[in-house]
Ligand binder design. Structure first.
Ligand SMILES: [Zn+2]
Length: 255
């Protein structure tokens, strides 16, 4: 029997509202999971999730308190990688560091280095041209007001024994660079344009809605409003079903 691979989509389906039942306990947040993992190896430390392109993991002492900064990309880490992050921070273990490196490498296409402008034809893939996809969605859903760069990302090279990934992030939005990056796994003949559009639409919503905060000041990536607007994309269900049906091959993808 084959165990089901879990895909960490940059979005999740909008849950159907439950009727007549008490609200379910909220799922443990990705932030909580990462903070707990780090604190289990470094009791009493403060963990800050940052979106800083120059340093992905760092630590310092502030008034006797250890302060750890972790790039928000680690929020998508699986349990083994979270543990490796914690062990690496706590001990500097080379073995744990290699696991962290591998995770970062697999996501390097998401670290669009803001200083470098996109190549003019970065939107043009071998199969799909993100330019028209962006323009069509901008007109249909955003009154043509979204201004952002868009391009295909560079795929991280899976290293050594890593034959397949356990998760894949199809798109990202860099608020500072105002840049949407789409994973090159979607630039293929068999990938329906509605799937590409679905991901582009999601990232454009990030551009529209900005980085939200909850009333308590917590960073909120996908607000309720985000999910509601996301669900208005025509073909969202179809695209999600396609992604779900092709998960294994997407995870096995190599350039
Ligand atoms: Zn998102």
């Amino acid at each position: 029997m084959r165990s089901r691979l879990q895909l960490s989509l940059p979005f999740a389906p909008v849950p159907a509202p439950e009727q007549g039942s008490a609200p379910a306990a909220p799922p443990v947040s990705k932030t909580r999971l990462l903070v707990d993992a780090i604190q289990s190896f470094m009791p009493g430390c403060r963990v800050l999730i940052v979106d800083n392109r120059s340093v992905l993991l760092s630590q310092s002492d502030r008034d006797g308190t250890r302060v750890v900064r972790a790039h928000q990309m680690f929020l998508d880490a699986d349990v083994d990688t979270r543990r490796a992050v914690a062990v690496y921070l706590a001990s500097g273990s080379k073995k744990a560091g290699a696991v962290v490196d591998d995770f970062v490498r697999r996501r390097s296409h998401l670290l669009a280095f803001s200083a470098r402008p996109l190549k003019h034809d970065a939107h043009r893939g071998r199969v799909h041209d993100l330019g028209p996809v962006f323009a069509t969605i901008n007109g249909a859903y955003f009154d043509d007001v979204i201004r952002a760069e868009i391009g295909w990302g560079q795929a991280g090279v899976p290293s050594g024994k890593a034959r397949s990934r356990r998760s894949i992030t199809f798109g990202s939005y860099d608020h500072r660079a105002r840049r949407i990056t789409i994973h090159p796994v979607l630039d293929a003949l068999h990938v329906p344009v509605v799937v590409v559009g679905r991901i582009v639409h999601h990232e454009m919503l990030h551009a529209k809605l900005g980085e939200g905060r909850t009333a308590s000041g917590r960073r909120e990536v996908h607000s309720r409003q985000f999910r509601v607007e996301e669900a208005t994309y025509e073909g969202a269900r179809e695209a999600d079903a396609w992604i779900d049906a092709h998960l294994d091959e997407l995870l096995r993808w190599r350039r």
